[in-house]
Every structure is written in structure tokens, then in C-alpha cells.
Design a protein around this ligand. Structure first.
Ligand code: 4NP
Length: 155
């Protein structure tokens, strides 16, 4: 099973979602690979934003060694599921899908908490440190739900 986390820059939200799920997959000894990407290539090759690294480190999650990359069409075949952070990411990723099977792999990550909410993980990039902590709490809960789902599926 391979899971991809996607946001706009791949330096704030999706690296954290990636780091959280990687840690939980390892803790539960699940056979799941995790990666992340951005719908833009603005920050390709860069490490995550220092504020997100700090927020994650304070809570025991290591993301400092991740490197940003742009989402690419082959991700649809390389990954079993693609979680996006907001509706703009959803639109950008779906635009690249070539068929219904690829499109069906994509969903809003917060729908793992409440499947009908269509809630978004707010972009913390232009805000203060509080925004990063809020993103952490949302993604921590969403990744807990993903782990439960994977365990229930016997993965
Ligand atoms: P992310 O946050 O999508 O959570 O990585 C952003 C990072 C950079 C920019 C926007 C959002 N930017 O405009 O450079």
C-alpha cells in the first residue's frame, strides 16, 4: 500500500501529514509506504518550512530530512491513495487525472475525520505559529483515522 500526501508547496502541510503517517505506520508495523508532493514546483528541492519543522519536532515527529517535489502524473499509478489538504489541491490534482480510476484515488484528508464535511486543512504559510499548531492537531487526528482504516482492512 502506498499513500501520497499533497498540498500546494510541499513545505508545510503535506510534509507534516507525511511525517505523522510515516511514524504511525512504523509504530503499528504496517506495510505502507508514505510520500508527499506539491501541486506547484515553487519549493522543489527545499526542506520543509522551519516553523513546521519546529512544530513537528516539539511533538516528536521528524520531517527535517524531507525534500519538496512537484506532483506528477505517474503518481496516479505509483500510489494507491492520494490525500489532498484543500479543495484547490483537489481541483489541481483531479485536472491531471486521465480516467475515473485515477480520479477515485484522490480525496480530502479531513474527510477521514468526517466523511461528509469536505473540510480543508488551512494553509499556514502566511500566518503565525498558531496556524502551524492548528494544522498539526487536524493532521494528527486525520492520520489516526487513516491508521484505524488501514488496520481494519488488514494492511
Ligand atoms: P503548503 O504551504 O502548501 O502547506 O506547503 C504553502 C507553502 C508555500 C506557499 C504556499 C503555501 N507559497 O506560496 O510559496
Amino acid at each position: 500500500m502506498k499513500i501520497l500526501m499533497v498540498c500546494l508547496g510541499n513545505i508545510c502541510r503535506s510534509p507534516l501529514a507525511d511525517g505523522l503517517l510515516r511514524k504511525k505506520v512504523a509504530d503499528h508495523k504496517l506495510n505502507v509506504e508514505v510520500d508527499s508532493a506539491g501541486t506547484s514546483s515553487y519549493h522543489a528541492g527545499n526542506a520543509p518550512d522551519k516553523r513546521m519543522i519546529l512544530t513537528a519536532n516539539h511533538r516528536g515527529i521528524s520531517i527535517e530530512n524531507l525534500k519538496a517535489r512537484a506532483f506528477k502524473k505517474s503518481d496516479f499509478t505509483d500510489f494507491d491513495h492520494i490525500y489532498v489538504m484543500d479543495k484547490s489541491n483537489l481541483e489541481d490534482v483531479l485536472e491531471l487525472a486521465e480516467n475515473e480510476s485515477q480520479a477515485s484515488k484522490v480525496s480530502l484528508i479531513l474527510n477521514e475525520i468526517n466523511p461528509t464535511s469536505d473540510a480543508e486543512v488551512p494553509d499556514p504559510y502566511f500566518g503565525g505559529q498558531d496556524g502551524f499548531a492548528q494544522v498539526y492537531d487536524l493532521l494528527n487526528e486525520a492520520t489516526d483515522q487513516i491508521i484505524e482504516k488501514l488496520k481494519n482492512k488488514g494492511i
